[in-house]
Design a protein around this ligand. Structure first.
Ligand SMILES: *Cc1c(COP(=O)(O)O)cnc(C)c1O
Length: 364
């Protein structure tokens, strides 16, 4: 009998993978498409990695702390949060996956805002969990009653929202948490760039998890570190279902050092916010329709004297920029994003290059 590969589990056979933003090969690109930080990380992170590699890297023979204990202590210091209620992960994507693995599945749907992060449905599909989407309103706010009644076991509230850019206030999130009869996950990937966050809600309320990443504000996307601030009972559950060594040794020390360097964070975030405001103002002045921007990106609908805002105009502008090696991102599958481009905040110089190309497009 010839060997035959078995079919994948039916729900896995039926699912599609996540589609990440393009990571172009070769140099010369102005890369404003995946919300990475344009600045290098804290030097303290590099120093921590150097120290961890002393003695010809002998420490790499050894497994890291299984529950990322020193890193969780750094998270606890950073937020003033109990270390016992922190769970660290291989990027916050790992954390989101653990939450779904532990709390969703057949007959236990997840809920999410639409539009928001397109990874949630992929993680849900892998656990055979249904997805309930609650639309962001035309005024770019959340419908508290619709979330409360959506029937999900776990609801993912991306705040600030990606790709829209808007932030919902802690009061609104509190109202959602009180009305929703399940676990509310506030995905705060971009909260460091916003005016407020919901860490206090995770501290106080029994059903709120806040997830964070070091990929955006801390400029460590390549290391893959994220964490959850959760109710005590939830932390214990997530530890059960994670890989036994889910954050590697170098990532643990570099992330802890990054969290302890508050000055680096304050300076870098202030710079990114200042560039974001300059970018948004410049696009508004050109007549583009610009969303309120609380993250490290701006969602804006291109227009020119000859082209109104439309799906076609957005595609035309995207291709014009791409031909000049400027990468931004399009989200053509939702009415609130289809006419727009999402532009990550780059360095001052990258922003100038982008704005010059936009000026050339508007003359064309
Ligand atoms: C970037 C992003 C993440 C993923 O962060 P990682 O820590 O790099 O896995 C999670 N949620 C949202 C909304 C993001 O934009």
């Amino acid at each position: 009998m010839s060997a035959k590969i078995p079919a994948a589990n039916p729900h896995v056979a039926a699912m599609s993978p996540y589609v990440p933003g393009e990571q172009p090969q070769g140099g010369g690109w102005v890369k404003l498409n995946t919300n990475e930080n344009p600045y290098p990380p804290s030097l303290r992170s590099l120093e921590a990695i150097r120290v961890a590699l002393l003695n010809d890297g002998a420490a790499l023979r050894l497994y890291p702390s299984p529950d990322s204990a020193p890193l969780r202590e750094a998270v606890a210091r950073f937020h003033g949060f109990a270390a016992a209620r922190v769970v660290a992960g291989n990027g916050s994507d790992d954390i989101l996956n653990l939450i779904i693995r532990a709390y969703a599945g057949p007959g236990r749907p997840i809920g999410m805002l639409n539009p928001s992060y397109s990874l949630y449905p992929v993680l849900a599909a892998a656990q055979a969990a249904e997805v309930v989407k609650v639309e962001v309103t035309e005024q770019l706010s959340v419908d508290v009653d619709a979330i409360a009644q959506c029937g999900a076991t776990v609801f993912f509230l991306t705040n600030p929202n990606a790709p829209l850019g808007v932030a919902f206030t802690p009061d609104v999130v509190r109202a959602v948490a009180k009305a929703f009869p399940g676990l509310l996950v506030v995905d705060e990937a971009y909260a460091s760039f916003a005016d407020a966050d919901c860490v206090a809600l995770a501290r106080e309320l029994p059903n709120v998890i806040v997830t964070r990443t070091l990929s955006k504000a801390h400029a460590l996307a390549g290391l893959r570190v994220g964490y959850a601030l959760c109710p005590a009972g939830v932390a214990e559950v997530l530890h059960r279902v994670r890989d036994s060594y889910n954050v590697d040794r170098l990532a643990q020390v570099a992330a802890a050092a990054a969290l302890d360097d508050r000055e680096w964070l304050d300076v870098t975030v202030a710079q990114v916010r200042a560039t974001r405001e300059r970018l948004a103002a410049a696009l508004r002045k050109l007549g583009w329709q610009v969303n309120p921007a609380a993250g490290n990106f701006v969602l804006a609908a291109p227009v020119s004297s000859t082209r109104a805002a439309s799906v076609e105009t957005s595609a035309h502008c995207f291709e014009f920029l791409r031909a000049r090696k400027i990468l931004v991102r399009r989200f053509p599958h939702h009415r609130l994003t289809e006419k727009s481009l999402r532009i990550s905040v780059g360095t001052e110089q990258e922003t100038d290059v982008f704005l010059q190309a936009v000026a050339a497009w508007m003359e064309g």
